[in-house]
Design a protein around this ligand. Structure first.
Ligand code: MSP
Length: 526
């Protein structure tokens, strides 16, 4: 429960189908949301970060059947043994975890649709057409790809099924004009721009009503006015964003959380979030979210990495080798949020080695070791800053500005990239200043110069620990401790905005060269 009075910055991930254990594809959104929300917390804002699991529908039901279990037993087991634990594996701090089988969710979903039914937005009809269980989506014939003469889903490449049933429809087409007006008046509602254009074109081409129930299976929430049918999994799942926020149960909590500031979604589920979801909210007289942001896919061999194609990799395979911080850094920095990206073991190893082990890790160990060697581990007082130190302080100020602005655009890659660039600048500074040579000059001037260089380098690292904390919390905590920065306060209490203030590390702070922040990967425990 949020225990604050003002509106929180409310971020959501999609809720994941419990068909198998999580892959690095599904973990991607959750990590990116975690970097985003940790950054906002580090700004001092109240934040609410929601994730969870989508447990109804045919896709989950069939996975359970294939494993000879009831869907409830299957999801209970997998959520507890895989979906919740993966959050620790990738070091995510969520404020809440929702399951669509939670009774409170089920009740609120029924209440929502009962209202729309009573208001005349739901009618009885008959649906006939192709359905992809992989997407849990009705498809248009024109969208299908033909493989060996059979109509297949363009995303899954598997044959679609034909559904022909009497069921209920949501009169979504009534909301087409209001949706177009929404996209028009609030250009930020769907981002990035390419996603917005796609959505606008889709709605302009003519919006159809949506079949919202199924009668041929029963793993779902019962239609409240007709128990022979279950609600279509998507119109149950989308409501998680409001049921988790206290919709219909806790008005105060709802006021503090809703509307969500951003729904992070993969591009494959954009239309559900940018068309169906706001139409549902408009029909119910609820506010629409502030933004839906569609990111790209992790690709393997040019195709979406997926459990069904057996190209999925479990996050712990990578975290065991590289550690959770390097994992988070790699995905956050190397893939532009909003575009597709390819993962490869070789690329991840190269980034780890050059940017983390040889970059940040080596810088931290060089600086702390030199303070140990030349000043007995106590941070020396700097003399007046020279041009190089002033340039470093200016580079820091620019870094903070650039990174903070990037976060507002949800360009997490640019934010992490800006801080990484600052690390390179500091590394360059140390290399150019050659403190190990200056140390040979034992005159008072030589000592003063050495003190200034090491102070500037340590002070830069203090800021790096704050600015990289949202992406690499464990490393930054270790760095904070080895810089003796506890004297400045807790790392979590440091603010992005004030991190640029030069001269915060107190003279005399005790620096220790702890264990390597990023051990060579071949030495990492397998
Ligand atoms: N259950 C629905 C979402 C309901 S939200 C109200 C669903 N689940 S999913 O498990 O199939 O996918 C969840 C999210 O994981 C989607 O945003 C999807 O894009 C993302 N990813 C799954 N594989 C992915 C990649 N290979 N790369 C990046 N993200 C991917 O859809």
């Amino acid at each position: 429960m949020p225990h604050f009075a003002e509106k929180a910055y409310y971020v959501t991930t999609p809720i994941y189908y419990v068909t198998a254990a999580p892959s690095i594809g599904s973990a991607y959104t959750t990590v990116m949301g975690d970097v985003l929300t940790r950054w906002h917390r580090q700004r001092g804002e109240k934040v609410w970060y929601l994730t969870g699991t989508d447990e109804h529908g045919q896709k989950v039901m069939r996975a359970a059947e294939a494993n000879c279990q009831t869907p409830q037993a299957w999801t209970d087991h997998l959520v507890e043994t895989a979906w919740k634990p993966v959050l620790d594996t990738i070091d995510v701090v969520n404020d809440q975890f929702i399951r669509t089988t939670d009774p409170e969710h089920t009740e609120r979903v029924q209440e929502f649709w009962r209202r729309l039914h009573e208001a005349g937005d739901v009618y009885e009809g008959r649906y006939e057409g192709p359905y992809c269980v992989g997407c849990e989506e009705f498809k248009l014939l024109a969208e299908l790809v033909t493989v060996d003469g059979v109509g297949c889903c363009p995303i899954h490449g598997t044959p679609v099924e034909t559904v022909s049933e009497a069921n209920y429809f949501f009169a979504m087409s009534r909301y087409a004009d209001r949706l177009l007006e929404l996209y028009e008046t609030r250009p930020d509602f769907v981002q990035p721009e390419s996603a917005r254009n796609e959505v606008v074109a889709f709605v302009r081409s003519g919006l159809e009503d949506l079949s919202i129930s199924r009668s041929s299976f029963d793993w779902g929430i019962k239609v409240p006015w007709d128990e022979s049918q279950v609600l279509y999994v998507w119109i149950d799942a989308l409501l998680n964003y409001v049921t988790a926020a206290g919709y219909g149960t806790d008005p105060e909590r709802f006021a503090r959380l809703w509307p969500a500031d951003v729904h992070l979604v993969g591009k494959d589920i954009l239309r559900f979030h940018a068309v169906i979801w706001p139409a549902m909210l408009l029909a119910a007289g609820l506010e629409v979210p502030r933004q839906v942001f569609a990111h790209g896919w992790l690709l393997v061999g040019g195709e979406k990495m997926s459990k069904s194609k057996a190209t999925a990799i479990a996050p712990e395979v990578l975290t065991r080798h590289f550690g959770s911080d390097a994992y988070r850094y790699y995905f956050a920095k190397t893939i532009a949020f909003g575009s597709d990206g390819s993962f490869s073991w070789e690329h991840m190893t190269a980034v780890y080695t050059s940017e983390l082990a040889n970059g940040l890790g080596n810088l931290a160990s060089r600086v702390t070791a030199m303070v140990g060697k030349y000043f007995d581990g106590h941070l020396p007082a700097p003399a007046a800053d020279g041009a190089a130190e002033k340039a470093l302080a200016e580079a820091l100020a620019t870094t903070v500005e650039t990174a903070d602005a990037a976060i507002d655009r949800l360009a997490m890659h640019d934010a992490v990239g800006a801080v990484a660039e600052f690390v390179s600048t500091v590394n360059g500074y140390v290399t150019e200043q050659e403190p190990w040579k200056v140390a040979k000059d034992t005159s008072a001037e030589g000592r003063a110069r050495l003190a200034s260089i090491l102070y500037a380098a340590a002070e830069s690292l203090r800021a790096v620990a704050v600015l990289h904390n949202p992406v690499m919390p464990k490393t930054c905590q270790a760095l904070w401790a080895s810089l003796g920065a506890g004297a400045v306060g807790e790392l979590s209490a440091q603010r992005v905005q004030t991190s640029r203030r030069w001269g915060q590390l107190p003279v005399g702070a005790t620096l220790t060269k702890g264990p390597l922040l990023f051990p060579r990967v071949e030495e990492a425990a397998e």
